[in-house]
Ligand binder design. Structure first.
Ligand code: SAH
Length: 382
């Protein structure tokens, strides 16, 4: 049996762990600081522990830090994309994004904005949701990430830069709210252990309505973003099959519930596709929806997914030529609209792109017990 991995344990769990070892609970607190505030990758580094304790921990326990398989830095904008390998050989993506480019929600001052360094992290290996514009969809769903694997992405990315990571967005591979417990536990560790402010952590969902309500009930302090992409039921269902399970009405009620309970604005993410969701009628429906609860809008430029050899609707998606015009129109309705910079286009930095591309380049290279990027498609029943 592989040794128990301590990365992912909360402060409480580490205190219990230390007590079970016959140590003081305070040792657990020290372990918590070593793991998350200092990003220790080995017990040997924990110099304020006795040699005996360090040896015992090394012999019996593990810190399963994700390993860096590859990194790509964009010459265009400084975005850096990492391909990380997990203990079972699965590969995930993590992206480090400089200030101008990253997801914005408008709460940062000019000075904060300068210092902002955002990491975009994955929550699943693959994804079951099959959104028609997303590269990760072509991988199917493999598994949820553990708490340690989610937090480990932030810690690994932090090791590549002198600057402090200030913001986290759950916008990499996977649907965060389908891995709810691990995602929320990881976010708590980022807040209490790594020291990232809750208001600088954003969880993005394709619209898993029940979990949105759960976030409200639990008064989660992290921010919530909804990948909307259409306010028209039929169009949204074509683009995002999750809409068959949670229709717009149900999604909107969950968002209203969330706002009532938390008083927090949500952000809607929207990619405008030519002839699909960019007509005046589409914009009108979006405006009507956006007026239901106070919100912000993040318009995302489309990253082509041609490299996954898309078929059907996926093959026909093109970025809308009207994007800027629509943004102006939305603003005339007094809506707060940000246009996200197109990060790392030259390094395949959109969701799922690197992992999928790498698999295509190295079809014979398989590690471990899982074969993470096989194309057996395991979709969620909607
Ligand atoms: N499953 C979650 C989080 C992962 S996707 C969600 O749906 O929100 C993170 C963001 O990237 C979402 O807003 C998604 O719509 C967007 N996205 C996915 N594929 C994209 C592409 N090819 N170009 C631009 N944005 C994309």
């Amino acid at each position: 049996m592989s040794p128990t991995n301590l990365l992912g344990f909360t402060q409480q769990e580490l205190a219990d762990f230390a007590e079970n070892l016959g140590e003081s609970r305070y040792r657990g607190k020290q372990l918590f600081q070593w793991l998350y505030a200092k990003g220790a990758t080995s017990f040997a580094a924990m110099t304020d522990f006795s040699k005996d304790l360090r040896e015992r921990l090394t012999a019996e326990y593990a810190i399963d830090f994700p390993t860096l398989e590859m990194s790509h830095r964009s010459h265009q904008d400084g975005t850096t994309k990492f391909l990380l390998a997990l203990v079972d050989g699965a590969k995930i993506e993590t992206v480090l994004i400089p200030p101008r480019i990253a997801f914005q929600n408008g709460s940062a001052s000019a000075e904060e904005e300068q210092r902002r360094l955002t990491v975009c992290i994955s929550t699943q290996v693959g994804c079951p949701l099959d959104c028609k514009f997303c590269a990760t969809a072509s991988m199917g769903y493999i598994r949820n990430l553990t708490v340690g694997e989610i937090v480990g992405q932030v810690l690994r990315a932090q090791k590549t830069t002198e600057k402090n990571i200030t913001n986290v967005v759950f916008m990499g591979m996977g649907e965060p709210l389908m891995n709810y417990d691990n995602v929320m536990k990881a976010a708590d560790i980022m807040i209490t252990g790594i020291g990232i402010a809750a208001r600088r952590i954003t969880v993005s969902t394709a619209g898993w309505a029940d979990r949105i309500k759960q976030m409200a009930d639990e008064q989660r302090k992290v921010k919530l973003a909804i990948s909307l992409h259409s306010a028209n039921e039929e169009t949204r269902t074509k683009l995002m099959p999750i809409a068959k399970r949670y229709g717009l009405q149900e999604l909107i009620s969950a968002i209203e519930y969330y706002y009532d309970k938390t008083g927090k604005r949500v952000t809607y993410e929207y990619i405008f596709f030519e002839g699909v969701n960019d007509s005046s009628k589409d914009v009108g429906q979006f405006v009507a929806l956006a007026r239901r609860v106070p919100c912000k809008i993040n318009v995302i430029p489309y990253h082509s997914i041609d490299f996954v050899a898309p078929t059907g609707l996926s093959a026909d998606l093109r970025p809308s030529k009207r994007m800027e015009e629509i943004v102006e129109e939305l603003r005339t309705h007094n809506l707060t609209v940000f246009v996200r910079g197109s990060a790392g286009e030259d390094i395949d930095a959109a969701c799922g792109q690197l992992a999928v591309t790498m698999e295509q380049k190295k079809p014979t290279r398989r590690h471990g017990t899982l074969q993470p990027h096989r194309r057996t498609v395991d979709r969620i029943a909607l």
